[in-house]
Design a protein around this ligand. Structure first.
Ligand code: NDP
Length: 277
């Protein structure tokens, strides 16, 4: 077809919601485009991306386990992508070069602020996990001037190294799970992949401050183990990452098309489809 072509690459990719999200954005904004999902393992990344762009593709999303490779692939990257050393969006530029961006962090902040009226200024924030997703969300969170940001990880060394790298950007501490015992947070973000296995990091009973909020980057057909932990620990709100997924997609769509789609109707549709109200 002669429509502009976009795709998401990753592995596994079968259950990706991105094609549906971008189809809904395209309908809403009356843009003519095609968006597909392609199973691409890390060892096929370069040839697959080369092929996609040489055959006229306009833009790509990259997900697990390709974000670091996408960052290295791009001819140039936005500052936030360079800070995270991970890229979820590649965009063909007018001069033929490929730009890398990371829209995950601003997607999370947009979901918290715009969809849930949760603001980060002066709040005590804890991020669980120190992997690729955490790298992508630190700078956009620090930009909102929290009182403190603590990164806690099973492998404490990784959290410390990460915090060290962002030291000039705000008040940030990296540590292991043991060190957060006895402390309280207004917002706890689960960026571990534990939810995918229905597991939880070790969390103290009184970790969440009164009126605090829980947010799991993971999402699925039913509430994740961390969302359930939040509910059972009296979180004011306990949210999963579907809103972030739609918001990061909207930011990528804007980068590619110059048009900003409305996210709320799309989030509502996806929530309805998975039986959430
Ligand atoms: P990585 O594999 O890069 O990192 C995984 C992290 O989870 C590591 O810090 C690891 O700790 C920790 N971990 C894994 N299992 C356990 C466990 N059982 N107990 C404690 N810690 C554990 O993954 P990503 O950072 O790429 O992704 C993390 C999550 O975020 C995934 O669920 C992913 O689906 C989600 N995500 C959602 C997005 C959205 O739009 N909603 C966007 C991006 C990611 P260690 O270092 O010790 O191994």
């Amino acid at each position: 077809s002669n429509k502009d072509r976009y795709a998401v690459f990753g592995s596994p990719i079968k259950h990706s919601k991105s094609p549906r999200i971008h189809q809904l954005f395209a309908e809403q904004t009356q843009q003519s485009l095609e968006y597909t999902a392609e199973e691409v393992p890390a060892d096929k990344f370069k040839e697959s991306v080369d092929r996609f762009f040489s055959q006229g593709g306009k833009g790509l999303n990259c997900t697990l386990p390709l974000k670091e490779l996408a960052w290295a692939y791009a001819d140039h990257n936005t500052e936030r992508a360079n800070l995270s050393k991970a890229v979820n969006t590649l965009a063909l530029q007018d001069d033929g070069s490929i730009l890398g961006d990371n829209t995950d962090g601003c997607g999370l902040v947009a979901d918290l602020n715009d969809n849930h009226d949760i603001f980060l200024k002066n709040s005590r924030i804890l991020i669980l996990g120190a992997g690729g997703a955490t790298r992508g969300i630190i700078a956009p969170i620090l930009e909102k001037s929290p009182q403190q940001l603590v990164i806690a990880n099973r492998t404490s060394e990784k959290a410390r190294d990460l915090a060290e790298g962002f030291r000039d950007w705000g008040k940030i501490i990296g540590c292991g799970f043991a060190e957060i015992q006895g402390h309280q947070f207004d917002l706890i973000i689960n960026a571990t992949s534990a939810s995918l296995y229905d597991e939880l990091p070790p969390l103290a009973e009184n970790l969440l401050a009164e009126g605090g909020v829980c947010y799991d980057l993971a999402y699925g057909g039913k509430p994740t183990s961390f969302v359930r932990w939040g509910v059972s620990h009296k979180a004011q709100k306990s949210l999963d990452g579907l809103g972030m997924l739609v918001e990061q997609a909207a930011e990528a769509f804007f980068l590619w098309r110059g048009v900003r789609p409305k996210t709320k109707p799309v989030i509502e549709r996806l929530n309805f489809a998975r039986g959430f109200v």
